[in-house]
Write a protein that binds this ligand. Structure first.
Ligand code: PMP
Length: 441
């Protein structure tokens, strides 16, 4: 059977597709979307011939797909250390998960969020007109983050329902946030906490019970699975008590006409309440497959390997005085394999373009959907011409955007070495490639 338990296909489980074969391309943009693992792709391909819509069919394919979908939910719950009463809701992405949580907040919830968050965790809360949002200033140490939160929570007391939203690992600096301590602070003041774990889950074990966090949100496409599926996992009560995020089939248990001509609906009280419509079964299965691949590979080894790569990268960049690594918590902060920097005299967009065109290295430049954080880190006012785009700096001005390099499972030393070599060459000889403007940016 392809469905239960998720099959182990006996291959090396951590081979990213993009770096295999003939393509000599260094994908160093894992923080945007990590290359799907070969194992995930194979699992999805093995399932493809058995494809069927879940929950509503008596036929074999429907039953099999239902098993696969619900097994995937259980696999993910186990991967996240969910408590027995927690729910795992399938969404489209981290953004969708956090918007779902915003939609189910009890009336008048107070939300506390650091200004340094990704826009996905910064912006959904104000969509609710009855919710009061307190924005917390950027802390400069992990302890300051805890103190800032403590103070803000204490100052606003007493309140009814309250929620703290915080990133587990920054998509800009890669720095780890003190989530366990922040969860303890939130709970000490009667608030709940949701972790934006988009950058944490791919790099670190996350155990909801052990962290004592209430919810966690993440995306499949950053966890070595394809696009289109994400997860919100955690406490059931607010999810169960709220109106469905989407109204429709699958979320409703019973629908009947009333005597007055209207319609009465009994909604499901399980995760299905917020999953109306035909769900993304393949996306859910792919996430579960990735969770299994990471579990089988072992997080200890993955973390150790990533720390080796970070050390290699840091050592290489330390030789380039023109490079400034961006950091909120300081040089020695614990981080995942995500690092942003600026290069003196260069526009970050031009630098990233040169890395791609001349060296086959894919990185990201811009503001990384975290404008207030990038503003704090660069000490300049980001000017964003588009959604998350990269503006040009005027001559002599501070950088208005940054370059981000990120990696993870399957990244070879050679990619980091090529990157460091390329940075050094560009800093020394970059002018001849005409990626710099005449103003010397
Ligand atoms: N939070 C963080 C920390 C992220 O890095 C991202 C993606 N860059 C998101 C949220 C949003 O993820 P998605 O685009 O998959 O919704």
């Amino acid at each position: 059977s392809v469905c239960a338990p998720l099959p182990v296909l006996g291959r090396d489980v951590l081979v990213p597709l993009v770096t295999g074969g003939e393509v000599d391309y260094a994908a160093l943009d894992y923080a945007a979307s990590a290359p799907a693992l070969q194992r995930v792709w194979d699992d999805v391909a093995a399932y493809a011939p058995y494809y069927g819509s879940v929950h509503r069919g008596a036929g074999y394919l429907s039953q099999l797909s239902t098993d696969l979908f619900e097994n995937s939910r259980r696999t993910i719950a186990e991967f996240l250390g969910c408590r027995a009463e927690d729910q795992v809701v399938f969404t489209r992405s981290t953004t969708d998960s956090l918007n779902l949580l915003a939609a189910v907040l009890p009336q008048g919830t107070r939300v506390f969020v650091f200004e340094t968050e990704h826009h996905a965790s910064l912006l959904p809360w104000e969509q609710r007109p009855d919710v009061e949002v307190t924005y917390l200033n950027a802390p400069r140490t992990p302890q300051q983050a805890v103190d800032t939160l403590e103070k803000a929570l204490a100052a606003r007391e007493p309140y009814g329902p309250a929620l703290v939203c915080v990133t587990g690992a920054s998509n800009v600096t890669g720095e780890l946030w003190p989530v366990r301590e922040l969860a303890a602070a939130a709970h000490a003041h009667g608030a709940r906490i949701v972790l934006d774990a988009a950058q944490l889950v791919p790099h670190h074990p996350v155990d909801l019970g052990e962290l004592d966090a209430d919810w966690v949100a993440f995306s499949g496409h950053k966890l070595y699975a394809p696009f289109g599926a994400g997860v919100l996992a955690g406490r059931a009560d607010w999810l169960r008590d709220a109106e469905p995020y989407l109204a429709g089939g699958g979320a409703s248990r019973k629908v009947s006409r009333r005597a007055d001509g209207g319609v009465d609906v009994e909604w499901h009280t399980t995760a299905a309440r917020h999953e109306a419509g035909s769900p993304n079964v393949i996306g859910a299965y792919a996430i579960a497959s990735a969770c299994q691949a990471l579990t089988e590979a072992g997080f200890d080894g993955l973390v150790a390997r990533e720390q080796e790569l970070i050390a290699r990268l840091r050592a290489g960049l330390a030789d380039v005085p023109e490079v400034t690594v961006l950091s909120l918590f300081g040089e020695d902060a614990a981080r995942v394999g995500v690092l942003s920097f600026v290069v003196e005299g260069w526009n970050s967009s031009h630098f990233a373009a040169a890395l791609s065109a001349e060296y086959g290295i894919g990185v990201r430049d811009g503001l990384f959907c975290a404008h207030p954080l990038v503003r704090t880190l660069l000490g300049s006012e980001p000017q964003d011409p588009g959604e998350c785009g990269a503006p040009d700096a005027a001559p002599g001005e501070k950088s208005l955007n940054a370059i981000r390099v990120s990696f993870g499972a399957g990244t070879p030393d050679e990619h980091v070495d090529r990157f460091v070599r390329a940075v050094k060459e560009l800093v020394t000889n970059g002018a001849r490639w005409n990626y710099r403007t005449e103003a010397g940016r």
